[in-house]
Design a binder for this molecule. Structure first.
Ligand SMILES: [Ca+2]
Length: 398
């Protein structure tokens, strides 16, 4: 797109210097100029500006117009850290054929990408720690990272500044404010830390140097380039987590394409914007099955060893749990699929029922402790807001 536009300017300037040409030449010249502009425009659209999405993506972009690739990138071949990577060249071939990207634009872009070795070693360690059963005290340690005054204060401040957006999201998507707040708190402490790694570097490194999950990250890289083009974003600019998660809500590019919404109405989906992040989190939960007004967890009482296997998956009925000597402390809807949750404190274990809404939170991050921290932090922020509202109301009535 850049090249075509520059070519047009060069020609246009030439045209300005030829104003005194004879009329016949002028007609020929103007016709030539018209044809050149038409071809340039056509090439520009076909190379970069035309958005071609799969069926699944089309509905998500119905309210946005196609935009051009942003950024000044152009090269004839890949230089830099990824020079000579045949797998990257195949990827670029795919982006050109499947989505109509300009090859030289992508060659230039990936010549700027940097290989991040520490990302690879960090992910390899993360894979190892995922194996094995949760250790005693695991929930104490996880909970302590989030359930503190810093997160609660930040949540109260964020809720005050974005009260209208939170209320609108709850009305529109049926998700209570405290769960939106809980996710934004655990993900980035409301934007205090959204990551400092260039998404291009993270995803390119993980796509072509991390064999174990290369397929996954190549899909995310593909989605990242589509996202950047659609939103008119320079793909060399966004920063995020070491794995390419972006914005206050830490969406991966595939989640962005499917679930991000323009909630402040400025025509762009921007997860670094608080209001768009609020709407996008609510939309994500709603689309993953959030049931308004339904419970999330119910504590279980038990006095003997539990024989059932705990886990995220909702594979038990209420009768299954009761037969195993587990009794809910609150009402449960007969017939709903339930998860048996285990929280491992230092000195004891606690079992809870995870209702379908709990399972929905785990679709954001597949971890029982993550979803529990989201819930507890959201509840803590809600209680603080309520106590301050009562305090304020009491003062105003005096
Ligand atoms: Ca927006």
């Amino acid at each position: 797109m850049t090249i075509h536009f520059q070519s047009f300017l060069l020609f246009h300037n030439t045209h300005k210097r030829r104003r005194n040409l004879p009329s016949y030449s002028s007609i020929i010249f103007r016709f030539t100029l018209f044809m050149f502009c038409a071809v340039s425009l056509s090439m520009g659209l076909s190379s970069c500006g035309q958005v071609q999405y799969g069926e699944k993506d089309q509905s998500n972009f119905s309210n946005t117009s196609p935009r051009s690739c942003a950024g000044q990138y152009h090269a004839k071949y890949i230089t830099g850290d990824f020079a000579g990577y045949a797998s990257l060249e195949h990827f670029i071939d795919k982006m050109v054929k499947k989505h109509g990207f300009d090859r030289e634009y992508l060659l230039g872009l990936f010549s700027q990408a940097r290989r991040k070795n520490w990302t690879l070693s960090y992910l390899a360690k993360s894979d190892q720690t995922l194996k094995g059963k949760p250790a005693a005290g695991g929930w104490d340690r996880y909970r302590a990272k989030f359930l503190d005054e810093r997160h609660i204060d930040a949540g109260v401040d964020f809720a005050r500044r974005h009260r209208d957006g939170l209320q609108r999201a709850t009305r529109q998507y049926g998700v209570p404010e405290e769960y939106i707040l809980g996710i934004l708190a655990v993900e980035t402490t409301f934007g205090s830390y959204v990551g400092s790694h260039r998404v291009l570097d993270a995803l390119t490194t993980l796509s072509f140097d991390y064999a174990r999950r290369g397929d996954y990250f190549r899909d995310e890289l593909e989605n990242f380039l589509l996202m950047s083009r659609d939103e008119g974003m320079d793909p060399g600019k966004p920063v995020g987590s070491f794995a390419g998660a972006m914005g206050l809500s830490q969406f991966m590019p595939s989640s962005f394409l499917q679930w991000a919404v323009d909630f402040n109405g400025d025509g762009r989906r921007d997860l670094w914007n608080a209001e768009d992040a609020i709407g996008s989190v609510a939309n994500y939960l709603a689309q993953h099955g959030w049931q308004p007004g339904q419970p999330v967890i119910t504590p279980l009482s038990t006095k003997k060893t539990v024989d059932l296997e705990p886990g995220i998956e909702p594979r038990y009925s209420l009768a299954d749990l009761q037969q195993a000597g587990l009794h809910p402390s609150g009402p449960c809807t007969p017939g709903e699929p339930l998860s048996l949750l285990l929280l491992r404190y230092q000195n004891h274990d606690q079992y809870l029922i995870g209702h379908p809404n709990f399972y929905t939170i785990t679709r954001y991050n597949h971890s029982i402790y993550y979803a529990m921290a989201v819930r507890e932090l959201g509840q803590a922020i809600k209680r603080r807001l309520q106590s301050e509202a009562i305090s304020y109301s009491g003062k105003s009535n005096q």
